[in-house]
Design a protein around this ligand. Structure first.
Ligand code: SF4
Ligand code: SF4
Length: 120
């Protein structure tokens, strides 16, 4: 009986894993203002260097942002959309909505975290 109750409790709280995360694309490159980091409720936006940081390195004196960007961890993103309006350069898209010219950024976000990107 206890097992049945435990199973029911688990199922009633089950949340499907994020299957369509958000992706940071080309406009972030060399911008890196980190506004998105501040609004993400699950702390899944990191980089441009530290994979577990909050973008603090871009604020360090002398840091060169050229060619660098932040990345969303697709295994942690919960598809909440909070980061999209926060980005001043419209760099963030839901994975299925990434413009064709920036499709390569899907793999960049996955690979920053050592994850296998989806086939596109
Ligand atoms: S969609 Fe939500 S959870 Fe995903 S990166 Fe943006 S703010 Fe974070
Ligand atoms: S995605 Fe937008 S808000 Fe986030 S660091 Fe890049 S430019 Fe800034």
């Amino acid at each position: 009986m206890l097992r049945v109750l435990n199973d029911f409790a688990y199922l009633s709280t089950y949340q499907p894993r994020c299957v369509m995360p958000y992706i940071i694309c080309e406009p972030c490159v060399s911008t890196c203002d980190t506004a998105c980091v501040d609004v993400c409720p699950v702390d899944c936006i990191h980089g441009p260097i530290k994979k577990d940081g909050s973008g603090q390195e871009v604020k360090e004196p002398g840091f060169d942002k050229t060619g660098k960007q932040l990345y969303i961890n697709p295994e942690v993103c919960i598809d909440c959309d909070a980061c999209v309006p926060a980005c001043p350069v419209e760099a963030i898209f839901e994975e299925s909505q990434v413009p064709e010219k920036w499709k390569s950024y899907i793999a960049k976000n996955y690979e920053f975290y050592g994850l296998q990107p989806p086939a596109v």
